[in-house]
Design a protein around this ligand. Structure first.
Ligand SMILES: CC(C)NC[C@H](O)COc1ccc(S(N)(=O)=O)cc1
Ligand SMILES: [Zn+2]
Length: 258
């Protein structure tokens, strides 16, 4: 099964997922000076006020917070999007002790970690699965995490990570509003890309915020006590470096909100 190790990591995903070598793969290295400033790009609007988180789980690749997406209670709209996209889940990618783990990079620089808020086009598609396979099916908001002081709200997540230490574990996680994880500015870069893990579907309109949020090394360290492996497996594999490196741009345009 795919993973982030030597034998099953990003360099061999193409064997089972040939789209890995496609023309709109993610992540990418974002070069700000080469991004085209597009004044027709409006602001992104996040309506998360009625959002309802359900649970937090360890899926063997990351830690994921799932939302009730049975109606349009929490959506992202505006920016490059033609209609509202429904929040389905968010998850993180991070590095090992002292090394960075963001997926997107900015002029070759990677951040300590990256948060992905995954939304799907429920106007055009009936299910997340159907949307995830469609070229305009998903919109993922990417937020960089840099290290510094404690993040005042991230402890809501890091305090419960011990409950989902092993692959396949899930626990209730209600009433969390991810609005508290946003930076002050919603200025962004946007481009057409893909899921950054198998099945690597080329179905994502990426919206990557320019301003990182700041979290402490201590908070990040709690992500690294998660395990890729299940409780019953004998080998312990610390969950870290669960990021795909940047992929070829293949002539794509990256636009900048401003
Ligand atoms: C095809 C559907 C049904 N299953 C997809 C599976 O849940 C994986 O979904 C995802 C969702 C988001 C991402 S990322 N890192 O690009 O934000 C990667 C995989
Ligand atoms: Zn992701």
């Amino acid at each position: 099964h795919w993973g982030y190790g030597k034998e099953n990591g990003p360099s061999v995903w193409h064997k089972n997922y040939p789209v890995a070598q496609g023309n709109r793969q993610s992540p990418i290295d974002i070069i700000p000076q080469q991004a085209s400033h597009d004044s027709s790009l409006g602001p992104i609007v996040l309506n998360y006020d009625q959002c309802t988180s359900i649970n937090i789980a360890n899926n063997g690749h990351s830690v994921v917070v799932e939302f009730d997406d049975s109606d349009d209670r929490s959506v992202i709209r505006g920016g490059p999007l033609d209609n509202p996209y429904r929040l389905k889940q968010f998850h993180f990618h991070w590095g090992g002790k002292g090394c960075h783990g963001s997926e997107h990079t900015v002029a070759g620089i990677s951040y300590a970690s990256e948060l992905h808020l995954v939304h799907w086009n429920a106007v055009k598609y009936k299910t997340f699965g159907e949307a995830a396979a469609a070229p305009d099916g998903l919109a993922v908001l990417g937020i960089f995490l840099d290290t510094g002081d404690d993040h005042r709200w991230l402890h809501m997540i890091t305090d419960v990570l011990y409950m989902v230490k092993f692959k396949g574990s899930v626990t209730d996680f209600k009433g969390f509003n991810p609005k508290c994880l946003l930076p002050s500015s919603l200025h962004y870069w946007t481009y057409l890309g893909s899921l950054t893990t198998p099945p690597l579907h080329e179905s994502v309109t990426w919206i990557v915020l320019k301003e990182p949020i700041i979290v402490s090394e201590k908070q990040l360290g709690k992500f690294r006590m998660l395990q890729f492996t299940g409780e019953e497996e004998d080998q312990r594999l610390r969950m870290e470096n669960n990021f795909r490196p940047p992929q070829p741009l293949k002539g794509r345009k990256v636009r900048s909100s401003n």
